[in-house]
Design a protein around this ligand. Structure first.
Ligand code: EPU
Length: 422
């Protein structure tokens, strides 16, 4: 078990580059299973979720190499094997194997997904979509999905991110045309579509809620660059703002930040955004300010609205803002775990129900010894401890390593004082 020992009350300053998106990388790596030939995926973050996913690809028979943030995969000889619950259970993203293996081999056996710290996380949307494409589903200890798939119209009852990704992967090699309505539009869904198009798939409507997929006979490997991680961008931006620092964030995708930047505007965080030609060549500068931050309504939604993964970061900012901030996150019933930790650190929070809470600020946060309930909560708590008076300890730091590459070292480059001990 690693822990972070954090010395608080230090303003951040300097320059930092964001890495590729975790959730885009997992979807694109799953999609490599659909192709015959070698794929080269650049800008893959060196995080533990990616390492576990690559172990799964190897187990399925793919040839895999990972160095300098470039993954080379050749899944020509892959097979639809049963992945053990020890391996698949380590990351929720393993649910993406369903669409990829079903699409390529016409059958897949899935472990039943459990709930986790952020909520119950059902997969009915995925399974109903597979059925509409013509698959039969048998549920015993495993969920066995099988069938020769044919294109059809699928209207999703909920714009599930991995549900949309699974159905796209199932449809690209199906016979005929599939239309997915109410599709998730998140940047990682767009990256998956763009990678599949590079592999030879026919998909239109990318980035909109209506995707039209015309099945093709085969897909090849392709070269692709993962988009920059907007959640990591918001993480560094909030860390700079709450510590009253000045930080320039490089490799930003300016297209994916409308909602968090609108929240910054309303809350009084000053910034300069400069676009770049590519999806990871923009720049976001958070400017030092001594003026009070203001409370705001923070409501999550489907992209381009505020992502549920960005909400806990803005919650930390709300503890430093004047007035009452409403946090309304309808997506998961377990996304308030970080707020309970912030209360231990001195935050004033009223919990209305599992989806809504009101934070009154500003408060002086104090150091605490804590465990984080989940990845995004972990990043928020780490940032809160950068502002807090005194020395905080976060006991289960490896949860943060699942989604952030060396976050401790990179914050230290900006002047934080975080020590990792085993
Ligand atoms: N839902 C259903 N039925 C389903 C699927 C989802 O009712 O079959 C509900 C969920 O209970 C939830 C909502 O739909 O209320 C949205 O869940 P979604 O399926 O979109 O979540 P996900 O695809 O399992 C991905 C990300 C999460 C991120 C969510 C929401 C990956 C690997 N994971 O999960 O990322 O929070 O979308 O944007 O892409 C993280 O990175 O820390 C993380 C948890």
């Amino acid at each position: 078990m690693s822990k972070f020992i954090v010395a608080g009350a230090r303003a951040l300053s300097g320059e930092i580059a964001v890495n590729g998106s975790k959730n885009a990388a997992l979807a694109v790596l799953a999609a490599t299973l659909l192709g015959k030939g070698q794929s080269q995926i650049e800008n893959v973050p060196e995080i533990s979720d990616v390492r576990v996913f690559l172990e799964i690809l190897k187990y399925l028979g793919a040839k895999v190499d990972f160095s300098n943030r470039v993954v080379t995969v050749d899944a020509t000889a892959a097979e639809s094997r049963q992945v053990s619950s020890e391996l698949a259970g380590q990351l929720r993203g393993s649910v993406l194997l369903a669409g990829a293996l079903l699409g390529r081999f016409g059958r897949v056996g899935l472990q039943k997904p459990g709930g986790d710290a952020i909520g119950s996380r059902p997969i009915d949307v995925h399974l109903d979509g597979f059925k509409k494409l013509g698959a039969t589903i048998r549920e015993n200890d495993l969920i066995e999905i099988e069938g020769k798939l044919e294109g059809t119209k699928i209207s999703l009852p909920i714009s599930s991110v991995t549900g949309t990704e699974n159905l796209i992967m199932a449809a690209v090699l199906a016979q005929g045309v599939t239309e997915i309505r109410m599709a998730a539009t998140e940047p990682h869904v767009q990256d998956l579509c763009d990678f599949l198009i590079a592999m030879g798939a026919k998909i239109s409507g990318v980035g909109t809620p209506t995707l039209r997929i015309t099945g093709v006979r085969f897909l090849t490997g392709a070269r692709f660059r993962i988009c920059s991680d907007e959640i990591e961008t918001v993480t560094f931006a909030v860390a700079a703002a709450v510590t009253r620092g000045q930080v320039t964030i490089h490799n930003v995708n300016v297209e994916n930040l409308d909602a968090p930047l609108a929240a910054f505007d309303r809350m009084g965080v000053k910034f300069i955004l400069q676009g770049g030609k590519n999806k990871d060549s923009g720049r976001l500068q958070i400017l030092k300010s001594d003026e009070p931050y203001r409370a705001a309504k923070i409501v999550t939604g489907v992209f381009p609205q505020l992502l549920t993964d960005e909400q806990p970061l803005l919650g930390v900012l709300a503890t430093q803002a004047e007035g009452e901030t409403l946090i309304h996150d309808w997506i998961y019933e377990g996304r308030q775990g970080y707020l309970r930790v912030l209360v231990e650190m001195g935050a004033k929070v009223v919990f209305d129900d599992v989806h809504r809470a009101r934070i009154t600020g500003p408060v002086k946060l104090k150091a605490a010894e804590i465990r984080t309930p989940d990845l995004r909560a972990g990043a928020s708590i780490l940032i809160a401890s950068l502002v807090a008076d005194g020395q905080s300890i976060i006991y289960n730091a490896e949860i943060i390593d699942r989604g952030y590459e060396r976050l401790d070292e990179r914050l230290n480059q900006l002047g934080a004082k975080i020590e990792r001990t085993e």
